[in-house]
Design a protein around this ligand. Structure first.
Ligand code: ADP
Length: 377
């Protein structure tokens, strides 16, 4: 359904677009959505949506018609289409010149290295000989199209290389980083260059999927927190990112930071900001792409913990909701309106508080009840 005037076109109807709408309501921003299907997560809450294909220029043009600014729920829109939209007078934020570095890990590594941003040792590989020259152990990644650990292989030796090489895709090899934990630094940047940076968080993964986020990262040395924020600012400025930029980082066992990857949209590691920060990543993303003044990114409480709800044995999340809200009243639940499938991100919960152990326990408890119907010990 399209009709009324819109301020912002959003491409892609996942949970990120859904949570942008939550922020858009308060700001009075009218979003028009290009959705993958009539009932996808964001289409359920954005009345002005049209079903279409983000790789079709015609569909993109139809959504962007009369809308001044275009932004994204994901980074998969072909850059040549974005250049066409820009030539036709729409502001794409982030623009294709920036988005390239979130779409292509090879281009990202090359550019960040030129900027002097610390990255794992890396090289492009296309054969066993290249891999042997690079050395083992190695982490091999498809340069494009990977997500949630798909398209990433951990290789001990040449004997493990077959599957990655058989993809026939462009591949990037990286040293296997010996890291203590994974961190993320999020920044929102306006076209003018104004920026705000949220507190640096720790993200904990299971099977390549982000499971928990602790904000701020516990016991992070102030020197590393400053460095992570500075890396995020440098990347946002140098690549001319508009909107939210998420920089995923490794904290190495010997106390260094290395950039893992970039996302140029609200990010899972920033979901805690809805309940735990003065301005959420979704609100500041909208403000940034619409060139409005940004809100402060300070935390509201000492600790915020976000735990993802991954599809598990609970099929009917809505009916489990009453159980969770009764058992753990002091948490916030965010459901995405998605059908439950094993391992799929179907929602998240956030707990805030002054004591980290207590905050973590409450968030995990609620997420367990929504995933498994029982609490893990
Ligand atoms: P995706 O695009 O699927 O999120 P990533 O490049 O972030 O892929 O890799 C997924 C996970 O694999 C990371 O979160 C991290 O845990 C691990 N990983 C990625 N690169 C390396 C590396 N060079 N060394 C060690 N672990 C890595």
């Amino acid at each position: 359904m399209t009709g009324a005037r819109a301020d912002l076109a959003v491409i892609g109807g996942g949970q990120l677009a859904r949570m942008m709408q939550q922020a858009a309501i308060g700001l009075g921003v009218r979003i028009r959505l290009l959705a993958e299907g009539p009932d996808v997560s964001a289409a359920q809450v954005i009345p002005d949506h049209r079903v279409g294909d983000h790789t079709s220029l015609d569909d993109l043009r139809a959504i962007a018609a009369d809308v001044p600014v275009v932004t994204f729920d994901h980074e998969h829109v072909p850059p040549e289409h974005l250049r066409t939209l820009e030539a036709e007078g729409h502001a794409c934020r982030p623009g294709p010149h920036a988005l390239l570095f979130a779409q292509d890990k090879g281009a990202m590594r090359t550019r960040l290295s030129e900027l002097g941003v610390p990255c794992p040792r890396h090289g492009r590989v296309s054969s066993l000989a290249d891999l042997e020259a690079f050395g083992f152990p190695a982490v091999v990644k498809t340069t494009r199209g990977g997500y949630d650990g798909k398209g990433v292989w951990f290789l001990e030796s040449a004997a493990d290389a077959e599957e990655a090489l058989a993809t026939g895709r462009d591949l990037l090899a990286e040293e296997l980083v010996d890291f203590r934990r994974e961190l993320a630094a999020l920044v929102a940047r306006r076209p003018s260059g104004d920026m705000v940076v949220w507190p640096v968080v720790e993200s904990r993964q299971a099977d390549g999927i982000c499971k928990e986020v602790l904000a701020p990262a516990p016991d992070l040395a102030p020197r590393l927190a400053d460095e992570a924020a500075e890396i995020a600012r440098t990347i946002a400025t140098s690549l001319d990112v508009t909107g939210v930029l998420a920089v995923e980082l490794f904290e190495t066992t010997d106390g260094r930071l290395l950039v893992n990857e970039l996302a140029m949209r609200p990010h899972n590691t920033g979901h805690w900001t809805i309940d735990g920060a003065l301005t959420s990543q979704f609100e500041n993303h909208l403000r940034a792409v619409l060139d409005l003044p940004l809100g402060p990114a300070d935390a509201l409480t000492r600790w915020s913990v976000m735990v993802n709800i991954l599809g598990g044995s609970v099929d009917d999340l809505e009916s489990q909701l009453a159980v969770v809200l009764d058992a753990v009243p002091d948490i916030r639940v965010h459901l995405y309106g998605k059908a439950v499938k094993a391992g799929r991100k179907v929602g998240h919960v956030t707990a805030v508080g002054d004591d980290l152990t207590d905050t973590l326990t409450r968030a995990r408890w609620a997420a367990d009840l929504l995933e498994k119907g029982t609490k893990d010990d």
